[in-house]
Design a protein around this ligand. Sequence first.
Ligand code: ADP
Ligand code: ADP
Ligand code: MG
Length: 463
Amino acid sequence: MLKRVLIANRGEIALRVLRACREMGIETVAVYSEADAEALHVQLATQSVCIGPARAADSYLNQYALLTVAKATGCDGLHPGYGFLSENADFADACRREGITFIGPSGDTIRKAGSKSAARELMKTAGVPVTPGSDGPVDTVATALSAAERVGYPVLLKASAGGGGRGIRRCDGPSALPAAYAEAKAEAKACFGDDEMYLEKLVLRPRHIEFQVLADRFGNVIHLGDRDCSVQRRNQKLIEEAPARCLTPALREAMGQAAVRAARAVGYENAGTVEFLLDDNGEHFYFMEMNTRIQVEHGVTELITGVDLVRQQLRIASGLSLDMAQADVHLAGHALECRINAEDPAKNFRPCPGQVSFLHFPGGAGVRVDSCLYNGCTLSPYYDSMAAKLLVHAPTRLEAIRKMRRCLEEFTLEGFPTNAELSYQILYHPTFVRGGCTTAFLDENLPRLLDFNRRLSESEGEA
Ligand code: ADP
Ligand code: ADP
Ligand code: MG
């Protein structure tokens, strides 16, 4: 078993990893930027080391500093969390070269899955369905135009290196393509330092359904069921749930098997997520991408399966084989997660970080809160605006919805605006209550959802 793990991340995920390590008797080394000196993960780790100034490029993305600290403090493992270096193949390779176990798949696997355009081609070969699209990258406006013509509008221009909803633009016809192409490419360059583009047919009003997979180094691959992450703003998830309500047992079986095939196709090891789009009729599903890391919304899967995914990551990285088979995975009850972000939904979701002047988290049976906030702390403007994840688990979906409403009523955060009230409205919206949200739901309903006085008149939509 690993003995000492460097946590190359911050915020709630650093805390999440730290907690799993402590429960397993693994020591932890926290790293932090100058902006995070008072962060909770720094206070709770066995040992903490400052690795540089606030800017992520100077601290959490500084590979040399991370490896130097890992070696100097005697770490035998490194957990990358999500974001930052978690999907950086060269960093995974560098860790291994230095004799430090990267808690994730190999650099080679990350490379195969990391180019979303190349991954599509690989999946086709593996018999996993993908949306119609450019076969490979589109390097010029002209090639993009002819690929779009072949595929049929509307299309989505997407960055091969994309993540977090960045570098994606919708395009409804040839006249709009040059501008959309230039915009997406510039955003990709700025966000990922890599502006390779590809395109996919836009699936109209789809659902985002993803499968959690676990794989060990002995070739055992299983999935832990699905999550519905269709409630999104700007292609970014806001509310997630497990299991997805729209899947029939047959479709769940077929998609689960496709997820396992996808993981095998890239030689997967550790915990990962295979993302699919499901069309409006719930008939066809398409591979979208594979995320080679722990996912923000992994907690809903943990709640319905009883499996601690970070613990599994640590076991697998330690060289142990999976301690469960597919037949041992049972999905019990229903789980929901609301991401609480420091942002103003009425102002185009503009991030609004600041100091927490008062904080109260909900609790009680079936409630889990993953957050690194505490009374008086500051949510830094330098990083992601996610402030907390509220999770609930109940026997049925409707009970989970009621529990989450109760949690949001209890949740109090003073100091900066959040999307909590918006999420509360969504939990009363008849479409959400019915389980009918597609990825278009939030955009289509935002004006009404932001009219916070409407809720009581719509609260009867529970039938
Ligand atoms: P998930 O895919 O786990 O649901 P998100 O897509 O919201 O979560 O991304 C999780 C975090 O990781 C966010 O902070 C996001 O900005 C960041 N992130 C995701 N992909 C990338 C990437 N390729 N490069 C940089 N940051 C990323
Ligand atoms: P990221 O790497 O940024 O997470 P994804 O490829 O996972 O990018 O896409 C993010 C979101 O964009 C999806 O959850 C979905 O809502 C939307 N999306 C992506 N591809 C398509 C498509 N072909 N048709 C419709 N929506 C799509
Ligand atoms: Mg995605």
